[in-house]
Design a protein around this ligand. Structure first.
Ligand code: HEM
Length: 325
């Protein structure tokens, strides 16, 4: 919360303070296009507009403190979280494919909250903010109200890495539940322990109860079923995810969110378990933004050289200020 408010005032009062690599595209322009592509609905997020607010607990594994001195890896902490559908259309069907399902969470601690905002794919759709701006621009409707299919095709041919996320999603079934799919933080993080030893890792939330829908099952579903499914599931007990660190090897790319690492060939370490226990009123999640850049305690840092990381903070602040006004 603390840092989200700081981020909003920074967005309103000053030029965006982002590192040199991120200055190639204006976060305000990106967010305006994100809204436009979803139909310019008011009072919603620029992405993750349709979602469910939740609460739960994160309990670290005994091994976590050896990798990070963050307080969240030393004791169990309360969590505010939100599952969502990608995009700015609050009426998007839960059946939509290939669209990411999102998971935002704030693991609270007086010494500094730990926030992750993750998606149901190991990669993001673009490598740089400038590429994201173009990716969105080519999808904007033309004078006939429709996007230009030829332009989209030409952009994809020139920027093949921007098709990896959609291809990954298209090759998998639509999740049967927000709690039935894995989520990735996509960026490379540095975990630092009490002795000052750093470890580079990608982070993944692994669902305890994975389930996808067959084409027939999908057809039989209404457009909104995730919220009800979650209500019924949580009435039976918590929905749990293991937080797993995928440890980097020397030549793994740490500044390109369109490039995944061969996870099966990497060492993995479970850092703890996130248990989602109950649904919360929307207002609990809507008052601030989940800021994955600023809201990190000592012991975990985002990548300094990944241009898609830092710009998320001002972009989320622009979206928050628009949906709050
Ligand atoms: C330059 C890159 C990105 C931009 C400009 C961007 C932009 C945004 C914006 C403006 C919001 C709405 C924030 C709010 O109103 O609170 C948002 C939400 C979200 N973003 Fe991003 N995003 C980026 C990268 C990513 C990445 C890499 C991921 C996941 C790995 C991600 C996952 C999400 C999710 C799950 C939400 C919903 C958050 C919620 O439920 O409150 N975004 N994004």
């Amino acid at each position: 919360m603390r840092s989200s408010l700081v981020a909003v005032s920074a967005a309103l009062l000053a030029p965006f303070a982002v590192p040199a690599q991120a200055e190639e595209a204006d976060p305000g322009a990106i967010v305006a296009l994100q809204f436009a592509l979803g139909g310019d609905h008011k009072g919603v997020r620029a992405s993750g507009a349709k979602g469910v607010c939740l609460k739960g607990t994160f309990t670290p594994s005994p091994a976590a403190a050896a990798l990070s001195k963050a307080p969240q890896f030393a004791k169990a902490v309360p969590v505010t979280a939100r599952f969502s559908m990608g995009g700015s259309n609050p009426k998007i069907s839960d059946k939509t494919k290939p669209v990411t399902r999102g998971f935002a969470m704030r693991m609270a601690d007086p010494a500094g909250d730990l926030t992750f905002v993750v998606v149901s794919a190991p990669v993001f759709s673009t490598r740089t903010p400038a590429q994201l701006l173009e990716f969105l621009k080519v999808r904007a409707p033309g004078p006939d109200g429709k996007p230009d299919a030829e332009r989209i095709k030409a952009f994809a041919a020139q920027n093949p890495e921007t098709g990896r996320q959609a291809a990954w999603l298209a090759a998998r079934p639509v999740p049967a539940s927000f709690a039935g799919v894995d989520y990735w933080a996509v960026h490379a993080y540095t975990l630092t322990n009490a002795a000052g030893v750093g470890t580079t890792a990608k982070l993944k939330f692994v669902a305890a109860d994975k389930a996808g829908l067959s084409d027939d099952e999908l057809k039989a579903k209404p457009d909104s079923f995730y919220a009800d499914e979650l209500k019924q599931r949580l009435a039976q007990g918590p929905a749990t995810f293991d937080l797993v660190a995928i440890l980097a090897e020397p030549n793994d790319p740490t500044a390109d969110v369109t490039a995944s690492w061969p996870e099966e060939e990497r060492k993995q370490q479970t850092l703890g378990t996130l248990a989602i226990t109950a649904i919360e009123p929307d207002a609990t999640c809507d008052a601030a933004t989940f800021d994955p850049v600023v809201d990190l305690p000592d012991g975990i840092a985002g990548p300094a050289d990944d241009p898609m990381f830092a710009i998320r903070s001002p972009a989320y602040a622009v979206s928050l200020s628009r949906r709050s006004n």
